[in-house]
Design a protein around this ligand. Structure first.
Ligand code: ZN
Ligand code: ZN
Ligand code: FE
Length: 748
């Protein structure tokens, strides 16, 4: 019997080779009909023998294109129409957009083979791609995804390329960035203060890198600064010029076998490294084996490693083992993505390797590590943005814009229960980052067809993101407390709705009492929270200055506990605290880690965020299981976790010249024990057994592993961030989730 079925498919179905796959399955089964992209996703009709139509949908759902995600498919059976053959028809540009934008995709194996095959017409071509791979988000201006809505619109395909593009059986059928040496983007090498050349620019760039030079290289989402990662001298030069003395630098290795000569990689890390998102994965550095520069990550035993993800990278690293590939920017500015901005890097590089395919959306590399087999993001950007995270059923809920925090800013747009978290934006206090924030909000609103009806923001009145939100005076606004947002981000990720114990160990966040919070235990749902316990507060002498200069925090802690002599250096601090001048009170967990690092002589002044705590973690002797004393005071609400006795014991151990590796481990264990005890008290009092962990301090792997282990061994159910960072890069998701819930309960 002949039947005709129309299907509307939504999800990630454009820019992933969906239509060629539909065409192949339909023609193999002798079906008639059509397939087309529209603003909702893909619409298709198939007509033919009903068993074949059934087989078609069976194929499509069990073997969709590799990068496709079918979120929903609605079918209807219609009267047969007598289609002759199967057609791919032009896109439908009108209507509400609901299709998802694909993130950028690492070069596929087929394309890789072509660029290294001297017989192939794409041999050595740095912009080779197909429907399974290549740039996506970073070149898309608008939807539906078509060549003229991307930054490829300025390149007219040559005849062989056009033939591939129009042939439904070809891997490049409707591959929008399709190009070749004759018609596509080209490389250009610029020697600083000298000439530009398009004559073998790649070979010349390789030569410069081999000679120890620093070269800016235009990638997918912006420029990298590249230099030889095996030369301590080269790395030192880059560090000096970039004024980045200690913070870890990412390293791109030629391929996985090469990477394994330098680093220890387990199976799940390998899967992440090879995934189509190609993030930077923080892995262990090999003690023996091939040698990398010693100054790549001086504070840790790890390396931020990644693999080539564009043909340009593959070609560039063909005869080079490992290159430093760090974001092309100045300190906390956004990554540079346009030739016109290269002046900023002038004092850093000897040359730049550019190309003429414009970058529409700046996008840094994503950074993650794998802990207990689960992803933990430090930065979520290329390869992941703008994948949606489902935080509620697709209902009639209004569109939401959550503006996020101030440091490590990301923002979040919500429609139909899907949260689109932006790529990493940066520190909004930097003018260029704030500009990027404002323009990217506008760009993503347009791209995703989201017109915010509700705004969510952090309660900190000084955050630039908060001030941005305040401009929308006509719209309802939802203020969300910083640590509630951290906890809500975990709840949203794991679809938790009932109240949980939320443990937010964090640097700083604005509290509802106007003080700075950061070591918080909340009983929270998605709507509201109660602050049930927190770390004992100390004065933060100098405010933000004490974050960059942890010695101030150590002085504050020791003076408050009566543990330190007041040396001449400390007298001003004592006076400041005594007079309450510029010394806000903080219950920050991050600052306590800072103070202990200073007491152990690890760091007085930092050159990058969390440096003191990172050093403290990396020297800890993981074999040590001992614990220092501590107190959880439950007489008054909220309870207080008091580490005064802990600090006293640390001082004593230090005087006795105990190994700092041992002291550090014991301190970590003490925090774990205090968290566990507080959670057990809370379970006894409130009957809650689900614990969510978030906040930037949980980037400390030793702390996170031991906390999870301790809680699970006492039969708590433990949840952590796996889709967004536990640091302030995940705040926007939590803010969005809280706003959503308050709208639902009509308490906006
Ligand atoms: Zn490909
Ligand atoms: Zn061509
Ligand atoms: Fe935070």
């Amino acid at each position: 019997m002949t039947t005709r079925v129309r299907a509307r498919i939504v999800g990630r179905v454009q820019g992933v080779g969906f239509r060629p796959t539909v065409y192949r399955y339909a023609t193999q089964l002798g079906l008639g009909g059509y397939v087309r992209n529209d603003t909702q996703g893909v619409t298709l009709e198939v007509e033919g023998d009903d068993t074949n139509v059934g087989a078609f949908f069976n194929h499509l759902t069990t073997e969709p294109p590799r990068q496709a995600v079918i979120a929903d498919m609605k079918t209807e059976v219609l009267r047969a129409k007598g289609y002759r053959g199967f057609q791919v028809v032009a896109s439908e540009p009108e209507g509400d957009v609901a299709v998802d934008v694909s993130p950028d995709l690492a070069t596929c194996d087929d394309c890789l083979q072509e660029i290294f095959d001297p017989q192939n017409r794409r041999y050595g071509y740095a912009f080779t791609n197909c429907t399974n791979c290549g740039p996506r988000f970073t070149i898309i201006r608008d939807l539906p995804y078509d060549r003229d809505t991307t930054s490829m619109t300025g390149f007219t395909m040559c005849e062989p390329c056009a033939r591939e593009y129009l042939d439904p059986r070809d891997r490049r059928f409707h591959a929008q960035p399709n190009a070749c040496e004759d018609c596509g983007p080209r490389l250009e090498l610029n020697i600083s203060g000298g000439s530009a050349t398009t004559d073998s620019p790649l070979a010349k760039a390789q030569e410069l890198l081999r000679r120890g030079r620093v070269v800016a290289i235009k990638s997918l989402g912006g420029y990298h600064l590249a230099c030889d990662a095996t030369s301590t001298e080269c790395v030192a030069r880059l560090r000096e010029r970039k004024q980045r003395p200690h913070k870890a630098l990412a390293v791109m290795f030629r391929d996985l076998p090469t990477l394994k000569r330098f680093c220890d990689v387990n199976e799940s890390e390998e899967a992440e490294l090879l995934s189509v998102a190609r993030p930077i994965v923080i892995v262990g550095r090999k003690r023996r084996g091939a040698k990398l520069a010693v100054n790549l990550s001086p504070d840790t035993n790890t390396i931020g490693a990644f693999l080539p993800y564009t043909p340009l990278h593959h070609l560039l690293l063909k005869d080079i083992d490992a290159l430093v590939m760090t974001s092309g920017n100045i300190t906390d500015d956004p990554i540079i993505s346009d030739e016109n901005e290269l002046g900023v890097l002038e004092s850093i590089v000897e040359a730049s390797l550019s190309h003429n395919r414009p970058i529409v959306h700046k996008c840094d590399d994503s950074v993650l590590r794998v802990i207990n087999g689960q992803r933990q993001f430090s930065r979520r950007a290329r390869g992941f943005a703008p994948n949606p995270i489902r935080i509620a059923p697709a209902s009639g809920a209004p569109h939401i814009l959550a503006v996020g925090g101030e440091l490590k800013n990301t923002f979040c747009l919500v429609r139909d229960g899907n949260a689109f978290l932006s790529q990493h934006i940066g520190d909004l206090k930097e003018y260029r980052a704030y500009e990027f924030f404002a323009t990217e909000i506008a760009a993503l609103q347009r791209l995703l067809r989201i017109v915010p009806e509700v705004l969510a923001y952090d309660l900190h009145p000084g955050y630039l993101s908060t001030k941005f939100a305040e401009k929308f005076t006509a719209l309802p606004r939802v203020g969300v407390q910083h640590h509630h947002a951290h906890i809500a981000s975990v709840m949203a990720e794991h679809d938790l709705h009932e109240p949980v114990i939320g443990v937010a160990l964090d640097g700083t966040g604005y509290g509802t009492d106007g003080t700075i919070w950061g070591g918080e235990f909340l009983v929270a749902d998605r709507c509201d929270f109660e602050r049930v316990a927190h770390f004992k507060p100390y004065p933060l002498p100098g405010g933000d200055k004490a974050i960059e200069e942890p010695w101030r925090m150590a002085a504050s802690v020791l003076l408050t506990e009566g543990l330190g002599e007041v040396t001449p250096k400390l007298r001003p601090i004592q006076q400041m605290i005594g007079a309450g001048v510029n010394s806000p009170s903080t219950s920050s967990a991050g600052r306590l880690f800072d103070a202990v690092a200073v007491i152990l002589g690890l760091c007085d002044v930092t050159t990058y965020e969390a440096q003191a705590a990172i050093r403290l973690e990396s020297i800890a002797d993981a074999r040590v299981r001992d614990v220092y004393p501590f107190q959880v005071q439950t007489r008054e609400q909220p309870w207080k976790l008091d580490f005064g006795v802990t600090l006293r014991a640390i001082r004593r151990d230090r005087r006795r010249a105990a190994a700092i590796s041992e002291i550090s481990a014991k301190f970590h264990n003490t925090i774990v024990a205090a968290v566990l005890q507080t959670c057990r008290f809370l379970r006894a009092q409130r009957g809650l057994h689900r614990v969510t962990l978030s906040g930037g301090v949980f980037h400390n792997e030793l702390l996170l592993r031991r906390t999870v282990e301790a809680l699970q061994s006492r039969r708590f159910e433990v949840f952590t961030n796996t889709a967004v960072p536990p640091n302030d890069g995940g705040l926007a998701l939590g803010q969005a989730a809280v706003a959503m819930e308050r709208i639902k309960r009509r308490c906006v």
